[in-house]
Design a protein around this ligand. Structure first.
Ligand SMILES: *[C@@H]1O[C@H](CO)[C@@H](O)[C@H](O)[C@H]1NC(C)=O
Ligand SMILES: *[C@@H]1O[C@H](CO)[C@@H](O)[C@H](O)[C@H]1NC(C)=O
Length: 412
């Protein structure tokens, strides 16, 4: 465990080691120039820009050598070869997979990176992933985030009941696109979902949990990630799109639902288009897209700690956080105000910890949104402060809410 935690940051840093040597495929119409300056673009256009860069054997060797060396320190390698129940979903021969990626013929640099991205994502270990900075810079957003809820004792999948308030926060550049193609996404809010992509909704959700979500070994926690839900962002509440409606990949252009809209009894089939959100630095064409987002520079190559004096070394406290797509690709969407808790937070609610006493005055809620931004020691004192305030409020029952908590503090 400890060594893999320490590796987390080096692996993520390794995502930016591309040398400045790729030049865009010369073409009459440059697919990156075609989308330059736009905040929202159809995913197929984003993908065309990603695919403007030819495969480079030199980059593959550079990247895979670093990846293989990181795995030399990965203490879970044997675990993945022979995973115990119920975690076999992540079973993989890591060296075999690297060898396969090393020998596969790829057309573009994107294709190589996407393969590596999928492989590390499907390890379902949020500490050990490959984030090629240029190819995770768009987030694909579907105007139909889904939730799961029980109604009259039966669980079902629905389009989020707040999807209009929630997605309207993306502004007219997002919603205007759907107006321009005359797609009425607002009427889908709250619709009961009967099929997704021709499958029973939970079957499709399981597929996303298996292939897209990553981060957590437990399948069921990944299923929760597929749905839209609240989380802490910074120190305030926000809402995640969920991995069905907000993947980092731009490979899907639309998703077909069979659903029953609110106030209707008739099932209908609706093909819902995605729109990709650009979260990177400005660029004007493929050349500048590459130099701004992909090429290595002084900041992406990390710091050679061996050249620093002991007094200059950063204070290293054990901390490992699971990297959530949403926090990297900062599509900032707040939790619509009607869902923000109105109970006054108890004294000691600090940063990522929010404590509340329910009206029965017996039940306390300890919402631990993250183990960041504090270090292990500060986190401990925040927990002690929260427990003290529960005691002072006469709380005898405690509910600990770890929804979308992506961080874990560990002592090495
Ligand atoms: C990939 O293949 C090349 C050529 O066979 C080899 O030299 C290199 O060591 C391999 N890299 C990895 C990480 O296995
Ligand atoms: C559904 O019908 C109710 C009652 O007529 C109405 O208040 C509500 O606005 C309708 N909702 C939608 C989405 O049409």
């Amino acid at each position: 465990m400890p060594s893999s935690l320490r590796l987390a940051s080096s692996f993520v840093v390794a995502a930016c080691i591309f040398p400045r040597l790729i030049s865009a495929v010369p073409s009459v119409s440059d697919p990156c120039a075609a989308i330059a300056g736009k905040t929202f673009v159809p995913p197929a256009d984003a993908l065309a820009c990603y695919k403007a860069f030819p495969f480079s054997e030199k980059l593959r060797q550079n990247v895979l050598t670093n990846v293989a060396r990181v795995f030399d320190f990965f203490t879970f390698e044997n675990y993945y070869l022979n995973s115990p129940a119920p975690f076999q979903e992540s079973t993989v021969n890591i060296r075999g997979k690297i060898a396969k990626i090393n020998s596969t013929k790829y057309q573009t640099d994107y294709d190589f990176n996407k393969d590596l991205y999928d492989f590390t994502t499907q390890l379902n270990d949020g500490h050990t992933r490959w984030f090629p900075s240029c190819y995770t810079i768009f987030q694909n957003i579907l105007p139909a985030p889904v939730i799961t809820i029980e109604e009259k004792g039966v669980q079902g999948v629905y389009v989020a009941f707040d999807s209009v308030d929630f997605l309207s926060q993306l502004g007219p550049a997002y919603t205007g696109y759907f107006d321009s193609i005359k797609f009425d996404w607002k009427r889908l809010q709250g619709a009961k979902v009967i099929e997704i992509d021709g499958q029973e909704p939970y079957t499709y959700v399981d597929k996303i949990a298996r292939t897209v979500s990553g981060n957590y070994l437990d399948h069921n926690v990944r299923v929760n990630s597929v749905f839209s839900s609240y989380r802490i962002s910074g120190t305030s509440f926000s809402q995640r799109l969920g991995d069905l409606a907000g993947p980092t990949t731009v490979t899907q252009s639309s998703l077909t639902f069979k659903l029953i809209p609110v106030n209707s009894t008739k099932a209908e089939t609706v093909n819902v288009p995605f729109l990709a959100s650009y979260n990177g630095a400005p660029f004007t064409d493929s050349k500048s897209f590459w130099s701004t987002n992909c090429a290595a520079n002084e900041n992406t190559n990390g710091v050679d700690l061996k050249t620093l004096k002991t007094s200059e070394l950063p204070r290293r406290l054990a901390k490992a956080s699971i990297i959530q797509d949403g926090s990297r690709n900062a599509v900032g969407i707040n939790l619509p105000p009607q869902f923000v808790p109105t109970l006054p937070p108890l004294p000691g609610s600090e940063g990522v910890i929010k404590s509340y006493a329910l009206p029965d005055k017996k039940t306390g809620i300890l919402f631990v949104g993250s183990f960041e931004p504090d270090d292990f020691f500060a986190f401990q004192s925040d927990v002690v402060a929260a427990v003290k305030s529960f005691k002072a409020a006469g709380i005898t029952r405690l509910l600990i809410d770890l929804t979308n908590n992506g961080g874990m503090a560990q002592v090495l």
